[in-house]
Design a protein around this ligand. Structure first.
Ligand code: SF4
Length: 308
């Protein structure tokens, strides 16, 4: 059944005709927002492991991490290829020589047909963008994931991001000029943001030269500053109904060609404090599909180029 939005899994299936999965990599590169360069506290929602996948836990060598993840993900004997996904921390936070070695080693593993690099907008100097652009080739899935989260300065400050929206725009424009496909991370439900604020972020995202977005609902992870605020009762989180409605509103305003990599935040039960509806991914995805069906709308339904 065709989805009312352009979903990454469908894009991969259509383009490559076979199953493609992401293999999380934790290169332990830390982050300027954790190592004291900008701050030593990190973003208020970020866990100590820098949002690393549990499949990388306790394994230092990235080829071993990928091997373990492959075994872990093997659901059938169907032919599968993989994207090396540098997910944890800030994956451009090293010298260009070290980064090249890391990226080369990851894509040199068996059945790797893509490279995905997650980072902050203020950690993308030109030489690193050139390095990333050098991996562009046919039939290879290259993505640069940039944590924008929101366009609102008050929210970036609340999240302790230590960058402003201007730096996101600057990074996106420079990366796009080099032909690098960009996926923006966006958080919905940041305390203090109104519906209009989130729709402003949607309009801005739709106007940027990006190829993908990844949505997260704001969720509380054990051991974070957000947990402290949540326990104090100073923040309110979105219900599933609210998230579904806001997300559909957002997607209706996105350009139809933007690929949606993820529709909801993902976290294992042992570290998630709230909201607990986030544990039931199937229910969340069904709720989004049902809402689009109820509305009779789809991605780009409210997008009009002249507005931007
Ligand atoms: S920039 Fe990324 S890795 Fe660094 S603290 Fe924030 S979320 Fe965590």
């Amino acid at each position: 059944m065709n989805k009312p939005y352009l979903f990454f899994g469908d894009h991969l299936r259509k383009k490559y005709g076979r199953r493609v999965l992401k293999l999380p990599v934790n290169a332990n590169l830390s982050c300027p927002n954790r190592d004291g360069t900008l701050s030593s506290k990190g973003c208020i929602f970020c866990s100590d492991d820098g949002s690393a996948s549990p499949t990388t836990s306790g394994i230092n060598d990235i080829s071993e991490q990928m091997k373990y993840a492959k075994e872990n993900f093997k659901r059938s004997s169907r032919e599968t290829d993989y994207i090396a996904y540098f997910q944890a921390y800030t994956n451009t936070n090293a010298s260009i020589e070290d980064l090249k070695k890391l990226y080369d080693s990851a894509i040199g593993q068996d059945h790797i047909m893509g490279l995905m690099i997650g980072t902050r907008p203020d950690c993308l100097p030109d030489n690193i963008l050139d390095l990333i652009a050098s991996y562009k080739r046919d039939n290879f899935e290259l993505w640069l994931e940039i944590g924008m989260q929101t366009i609102h300065e008050k929210s970036l400050e609340f999240l302790n991001r230590h960058h402003n929206h201007q730096s996101t725009r600057y990074a996106v424009e420079r990366a796009a000029k080099k032909g690098i496909p960009i996926c923006l991370h966006i958080i919905l439900g940041i305390p203090g943001e109104s519906w209009e604020d989130m729709m402003d972020t949607a309009q801005e995202a739709a106007s940027m030269p990006i190829r993908g977005v990844k949505f997260h609902h704001l969720h509380v992870i054990k051991g974070t500053k957000l947990e402290y605020l949540y326990n104090k009762g100073s923040i309110k989180l979105l219900s599933l109904k609210e998230y579904t409605s806001i997300l559909c509103d957002f997607i209706e305003r996105l350009r139809p060609d933007i690929i949606i990599h993820r529709l909801t935040g993902d976290r294992e039960e042992s570290t998630l404090i709230a909201p607990l509806w986030g544990l039931h991914k199937g229910t969340v995805l069904k709720s989004i599909d049902d809402e689009f069906e109820r509305r009779g709308t789809y991605q780009g339904f409210l997008y009009t180029e002249e507005d931007f």
